[in-house]
Every structure is written in C-alpha cells, then in structure tokens.
Write a protein that binds this ligand. Sequence first.
Ligand code: NAI
Length: 332
Amino acid sequence: MKICMFSSKAYDEKFFSLNNSNTSEQLDISYFSSHLNEETVYMAEGFDVVCCFVNDNLNANVLKTLKKQGIQLVALRCAGFNNVDLKTAKELSLPVCRVPEYSPYAVAEHTCALVLDLNRNIHRAHNRIRENDYSLDGLLGFDLHSKTVGVVGAGKIGRAFINIMNGFGCNVLVYDPMLKETNADNNFTQVTFDELLMQSDIISLHCPLTTGTQHLINTQAINKMKPNVMLINTSRGALVDTVAIIKALKLRQIGYLGIDVYEEESEIFFEDLSDTFIQDDVFARLQTFPNVIITGHQAFFTKEALNKIAQTTISNIQNYLLGKPEDSNLVS
Ligand code: NAI
C-alpha cells in the first residue's frame, strides 16, 4: 500500500519511519513537504492513501480529484478536522480518519506556559537580561492563586488544563454545552458563556472550530469580559475575531493575549520565513504588542505526542486496509 504524506517535516519522517519499522505490515510512505491543496493534489496520483495535517486544504475540489485518482482513505495525523469538507467526503464515500487523542497534556501544558509567561513577563525579562538591564519596571505580575479561570470546552485538553490550574489554587469555571463527562473531581463550576466571560480573570479556549464556534470571541463577547482579562487560544485561530482582539488590546480591554493558533496561519506557521516580509498586516500588528505572545502551532509538539500521532495514524491505515474500519478512528 502506497501512502503519500503532505506537509511533511523531518520530525514527521523520523517518528513515522521509526513506528513503521516496528510493525509487521509495513507501509510504503513517501514524504512530501508541500501542503495538499488544489495546486498540489496531482502529486497524490498513483498512491492509495493520503496522510494530511492541520493546514492541508481538503476542500470539495481536492476531495473529488483524490477520489478520481483512486485514493481509498484520507488519514489525518491530527485531532481537528475543520480543514476537511466532510459533507463532500461523505457524498464521495471517501473515508477520513484522524488521531482523536495523542497528548492532551502537551497542549494543556503549553497553554499553562503561555499563562505563566504572559503573567510574569518572562519574554521581556529574558530580553532585558541579555542587554544587561536588570530593572523590574513593567514586569509586575499577579498571583494565580485564587484567580478565576474560564475554560471554554472541557474535553480531553480542557480537562487536563483544569487540573493544572487547580494545582495553582485557581477557581475554574467551565462553559461546554455538550459536556459528556460528569465533574467527578468536583474541580470546576459549570456556567453559561456570558457568566464565564463576565467572571473570569483568564479565559482559555479548548473547543473545536465549527460553523457555530467561528469568531466565538468577537467584539460583543469582549465587551462582557473583565477589563485587563487574559485570553489564551491554543485551539483554532478562527475561534477569535483577530481584528476585534487588536482593537481591544489597543483599548486595554484585553490585558494579555497568548495564541498558538491564528486564523490565517496556513500561510505563515511551520515555515522559516526569516528571509521574507510578513504580508499579513493583521498578524504583523499583533507582533508589536509587548503583552502578546505568539507561538507557531507548537502546543502539540512533544516527543510523546509525535510518537502517538505516528503510531495511531499507522494503525488507523492498517486497520482500514485490513477491513477493520471500526478500529480506524473514522470521522466520515
Ligand atoms: P475534545 O473533543 O476532547 O473536547 C472538545 C470539547 O469542546 C468537548 O467537550 C465539546 O463538548 C466542547 N465543545 C464543543 N462545542 C463547544 C462550544 N460551542 N462551546 C464550548 N465547548 C464546546 O477535543 P480536545 O482533544 O480537547 O481538543 C480541543 C481542540 O484543541 C481541538 O478541537 C483542536 O482544535 C485543538 N488542538 C490544538 C492543538 C495545538 O497544537 N494547538 C493540538 C490538538 C488539538
């Protein structure tokens, strides 16, 4: 079986090669650095399975071409599937599988790193010390203990983050209209979205991007937040209206912003653009605020997570090809 992997990096190849060599039914994997989109879909010709990541664009045209080429399975090596037109995939009977869980701890811990860095101005302190500036003005933080943290989406990552923030002695509020598990540890209070916005000192987003959650954080939502609130988004960029966020940062309605994801990240993240100019003026404006930290979609990026991603993707593909779709983590 021939697999073509799009958006592949050296670290993907390393973890996939290692896990592939450990299986009895080895896959024949070709690694392509290009994103999958309408311009590059021709590269999938002659393969049986395409393996994709978060910024590959599997729109209706791409899916139709893949089907015509004889692709049997789209294997996502990520949890989110907002970049796939699932309706078209279903109409074409083109199955799509994913890695529903690899390390909720990786993302939750990175979220916590953003909170701590923003609060205690670690990024600014680091730069100052390198310049022999040991002054403390402008670095004042606050105790996390007794602060209220609002978590939007208490799934696997949201729960891991709640546990960490409990450890700091925070009160945790949760908004999740589809909460499946009970609050067995009694470590958060369920509230409405508006209550969460109005009462939280720190708000962290951990829900999926859907048509219902696009721009969940817009001007209207921001106006309900406490002044100087800290907003963290390690979920998906389009959950927030970035232009509205910039306005609120300028007015100091939002006091701190930590993001690992950005609405238009597919043109920017995962690449070395140090020899070019950023053409996206909204992103460039975000980079100018001292109280904004941006990381380039790296929250998932731990050894444990990469290993689990490779392991699960390979077993999803093998199970599907062996006629065990029920063990393939299919989403359509
Ligand atoms: P999950 O499916 O376990 O949890 C998502 C939770 O969000 C569920 O409890 C669900 O009921 C809730 N939810 C759905 N709609 C909601 C709404 N309108 N308002 C509030 N809550 C809502 O997913 P998991 O594994 O916790 O991942 C969450 C998100 O994290 C993913 O959708 C993905 O976008 C993002 N992610 C980011 C990564 C990164 O590297 N930055 C890596 C992995 C995931």
